[in-house]
Design a protein around this ligand. Structure first.
Ligand SMILES: *[C@@H]1O[C@H](CO)[C@@H](O)[C@H](O)[C@H]1NC(C)=O
Ligand SMILES: *[C@@H]1O[C@H](CO)[C@@H](O)[C@H](O)[C@H]1NC(C)=O
Ligand SMILES: *[C@@H]1O[C@H](CO)[C@@H](O)[C@H](O)[C@H]1NC(C)=O
Ligand SMILES: *[C@@H]1O[C@H](CO)[C@@H](O)[C@H](O)[C@H]1NC(C)=O
Ligand SMILES: *[C@@H]1O[C@H](CO)[C@@H](O)[C@H](O)[C@H]1NC(C)=O
Ligand SMILES: *[C@@H]1O[C@H](CO)[C@@H](O)[C@H](O)[C@H]1NC(C)=O
Ligand SMILES: *[C@@H]1O[C@H](CO)[C@@H](O)[C@H](O)[C@H]1NC(C)=O
Length: 408
C-alpha cells in the first residue's frame, strides 16, 4: 500500500497538453523555467536570461513562490535571483516585475524589513530556497553577490509544425521560405500565403527573441517589419495590433519623412526607416490557436513636450529636455533627471538635439560620471538607473537639449 505514495507525489501538479516550453525550459505550474547553477552577478544573470527573449523568474503568487522554491532546492541550489527590481525602501508598489507585467500588487514574500534599497542594500532581489529563510525575498546590491539564477520564458502553445515558437506565436524567417528577400508588398503576400502576416513587435522581449533568430549571421542585417507609415511619423501594424503598446524606433533615425517602411537591425534591435520597394529579409508571424500569450502592461506615456526637470523616477520610454527647451531666452535653471527601466535592461539615452552652453553630464546610479555630452549622440547606462544633470546658463542663443530614453 505504501508503495503507491511516491508515485502519486511525482505526478505533475497540472497536466496541460497544449502548453509548451522552449528547449531546456521546464514547465512549472504555468511558467517555463530554466536554472543556471553557476553563481552570477545580477547583470550577468539578466544577460543570460534575456539572450533568447526571457527574463529572470517572475513570482506573482504564493503557489508559484512555493513551486519555484521547490524547483530550485530540488536542483540543489540554495538561492536564486528573481525577476524583480525595487526603487524605494519598504514600498512594494515601487517594485517592478522584469517581464513588464507591472508592479507588485497583491502578493509579495519579502523578509521582514525589506525591500531596502539604500546604503548597504540595493534594488535587486534574490530568494533563499533552503534553510529558515526559504521562500523569503531579500533585496541586495546588484553586483555585490554572485547567485544562481532561474530564467523564465513565456509559456507557448505546442505546435509540431512550428520551428520558432515564442509566446504563443510562430515565427518563420524568410530564409525558411522560397524567397530569401522581398519588398514590402511581396513579403506580405508571401507571409499571407503561409497563413501569417509580416511580423509586428510588442515588447523588448520580442525584440530580444527576434534578434536571437539572427544571431550567428556575420554582419548585422535589416529585417523588414509589418509596419506602415500612414501619416507623417504615425505608424500602424498591418496585422492590426495597436501601435501605442510598444515603439522601438531609433530616435536618431535620419531617414526621410516620406519613407514608409521600417526595418529592425538584428544587432541593436532598433527600428529605422526603409524604402518599401527594396527587397529585404523578412519574418512572418502566425498566431497559434489557443495561445496563452502573456499580456504586458503598456508603460504610461510620458508627455514629450515637458522638460521633466528634477524628476526622480522617469520610467522608459520617456523624453527629457532642458528647462525651456527651444526658447530663445532660456531661464538660468539647474535640473537633474533620474531615469530608470526594468531590472533586466539598461537605459539608452538618445541626445537627439544638443545646443547648450554648459556640458550635460550623465552619472551612474552611484553618482559617478559616465559621460559628458556636448553634441548629438547616444549614451548607454551601466545599469537600469541613470542620472542626467545640467546647469542652465541662461545665455541666449542656445536652444538647449532634448533626449529620448529607451529600454536597451
Ligand atoms: C540545451 O542544453 C544543452 C546542454 O546544456 C545545450 O547543448 C543545447 O544547446 C541547449 N539547447 C538550446 C536550444 O539552448
Ligand atoms: C546549500 O546548503 C547546504 C546546507 O547549508 C550546503 O550543505 C550545500 O553545500 C549548499 N549548496 C550549495 C550549492 O551551496
Ligand atoms: C509607495 O509608492 C507609491 C507609488 O509611487 C506611492 O503612491 C505611495 O505613497 C508610496 N507609499 C509610501 C508609504 O511611501
Ligand atoms: C519567389 O521566388 C520565386 C522563385 O525564386 C519567384 O519565381 C517568385 O517570383 C518570387 N516571389 C516573389 C513574391 O518575389
Ligand atoms: C509557404 O507557402 C507556400 C505556398 O503556399 C508553401 O509551399 C510552403 O510550404 C509554405 N512554407 C511554410 C514554411 O509554411
Ligand atoms: C546651478 O548649479 C551651480 C553649481 O552647483 C551653482 O553655482 C548655481 O548657483 C546653480 N544655479 C541656480 C540657478 O541654482
Ligand atoms: C531642480 O532642483 C535644483 C536643486 O534642488 C533647483 O535649484 C532647481 O531650481 C530645480 N529646478 C526646477 C525647475 O524646479
Amino acid at each position: 500500500m505504501n508503495l503507491l505514495l511516491p508515485i502519486i507525489l511525482i505526478l505533475p501538479v497540472i497536466v496541460n497538453s497544449q502548453l509548451s516550453c522552449p528547449p531546456n525550459y521546464t514547465l512549472v505550474i504555468d511558467k517555463c523555467l530554466m536554472i543556471i547553477k553557476t553563481p552570477l552577478t545580477h547583470s550577468q544573470a539578466e544577460t543570460d536570461c534575456t539572450y533568447n527573449g526571457g527574463t529572470l523568474v517572475n513570482i506573482d503568487s504564493a503557489i508559484i513562490n512555493r513551486a519555484v522554491t521547490q524547483f530550485a532546492s530540488n536542483a540543489g541550489i540554495n538561492k536564486t535571483w528573481i525577476g524583480l527590481f525595487c526603487f524605494e525602501n519598504r514600498n512594494t508598489s515601487m517594485c517592478y516585475y522584469d517581464d513588464a507585467s507591472g508592479t507588485l500588487l497583491d502578493y509579495n514574500s519579502f523578509a521582514s524589513g525589506y525591500p531596502m534599497v539604500d546604503g548597504i542594500y540595493g534594488g535587486c532581489v534574490y530568494m533563499p530556497t533552503t534553510g529558515s529563510l526559504a521562500g523569503k525575498w531579500v533585496s541586495v546590491k546588484c553586483e555585490a553577490e554572485s547567485i544562481p539564477a532561474i530564467c523564465q520564458m513565456p509559456v507557448t502553445s505546442y505546435d509540431p509544425t512550428c520551428v520558432h515558437n515564442f509566446n504563443g506565436y510562430c515565427y518563420t524567417l524568410s530564409s525558411q521560405l522560397s524567397n530569401l528577400s522581398a519588398n514590402f508588398a511581396d513579403a506580405r503576400k508571401i507571409c499571407q500565403d503561409n497563413n501569417s502576416d509580416l511580423v509586428s513587435i510588442h515588447s523588448k522581449r520580442e525584440v530580444d527573441y527576434i534578434k536571437s533568430l539572427y544571431r550567428g549571421t556575420i554582419e548585422p542585417v535589416d529585417i523588414l517589419l509589418g509596419a506602415q507609415q500612414i501619416l507623417p511619423n504615425i505608424y500602424t501594424w498591418v496585422d492590426g495590433y495597436p501601435w501605442e503598446k510598444f515603439d522601438y524606433r531609433d530616435p536618431m533615425d535620419r531617414g526621410a519623412q516620406d519613407i514608409d517602411c521600417l526595418t529592425m537591425n538584428s544587432v541593436t534591435g532598433l527600428w529605422t526607416r526603409a524604402v518599401c520597394d527594396r527587397p529585404l529579409l523578412f519574418v512572418c508571424k502566425r498566431y497559434i490557436t489557443g495561445n496563452p500569450s502573456q499580456t504586458e502592461v503598456a508603460p504610461t506615456e510620458n508627455p514629450s513636450d515637458f522638460s521633466n526637470c528634477n524628476t526622480t523616477f522617469l520610467m522608459t520610454p520617456g523624453t527629457i529636455t532642458s528647462y525651456g527647451y527651444l526658447s530663445t531666452s532660456p531661464l538660468e535653471v539647474n535640473c537633474t533627471w533620474r531615469i530608470v527601466t526594468l531590472g533586466p535592461y539598461r537605459v539608452r539615452l538618445f541626445f537627439t538635439d544638443v545646443d547648450t552652453y554648459n556640458t550635460i553630464y550623465v552619472y551612474n546610479e552611484y553618482g559617478i560620471q559616465i559621460e559628458a555630452v556636448r553634441y548629438s549622440r547616444s549614451v548607454i547606462s551601466r545599469s537600469n538607473i541613470v542620472t542626467v544633470s545640467w546647469q542652465g546658463s541662461g545665455k541666449s542663443g542656445y536652444r538647449g537639449f532634448r533626449a529620448v530614453a529607451l529600454t536597451y
